[in-house]
Design a protein around this ligand. Structure first.
Ligand SMILES: [Zn+2]
Ligand SMILES: [Zn+2]
Length: 180
């Protein structure tokens, strides 16, 4: 009699190799974070991903060196100038808009590849990720925020604004358990 299922013995060797590969992959991802002192949440110990403490970006900006501030500021100003002029020139000077747009994107790309300042890295070291305070309230469980609600919408559980209503309510029953 043929049947589907458990006739073949499990391939323990293959399973062990899979597990080892998985562990090596995990280590490859986590090692650089650990070496930098950045958070590596451990789901088995229920360590939270998001810290209740927030990152004060204004204070970080004020603490930057003149060189760091200049490198960031020049690119930020470039975005404002070229972004603003690209739209203003659009109807009367399309060639200028084209060039402004190219500069805008060059500034954006350059800003995205600047290294994170060392003082910011120092402020981010710890057991859980600190989210910039100027984002406003953030759900410590799922990371949703005022302009990034959960699918279907959510609100705050209470006035502390650290857990959203989706995370606060129990998970819905499986469809199978509904008898009709
Ligand atoms: Zn949530
Ligand atoms: Zn939410």
């Amino acid at each position: 009699m043929s049947s589907i299922g458990f006739e073949d013995a499990p391939d323990w060797e293959a399973m062990r190799e899979d597990a080892e590969r998985e562990l090596a992959f995990q280590d490859e991802i986590e090692r650089p974070l650990r070496e930098a002192g950045l958070p590596v949440p451990d789901p088995t110990r229920r360590r939270r991903e998001i810290a209740p403490e927030r990152l004060d970006v204004v204070a970080l900006w004020r603490g930057l060196s003149d060189e760091e501030r200049e490198a960031i500021g020049v690119l930020g100003l470039g975005l404002l100038v070229s972004g603003g002029m690209a739209s203003r020139a659009e109807l009367t000077a399309p060639a200028a808009t084209r060039a402004y747009t190219a500069h805008y994107h060059a500034c954006l790309d350059a800003l995205g590849t600047l290294p994170t300042p060392e003082s910011a890295m120092a402020a981010l070291r710890g057991p859980a990720w600190r989210i910039p305070a100027d984002l406003g309230p953030v759900c410590l469980s799922c990371g949703c925020s005022e302009a990034d609600a959960c699918p279907g919408g959510c609100g705050w559980e209470d006035e502390r604004q650290i857990r959203c209503t989706v995370c606060a309510s129990p998970p819905p029953l499986d469809d199978d358990s509904i008898p009709f």
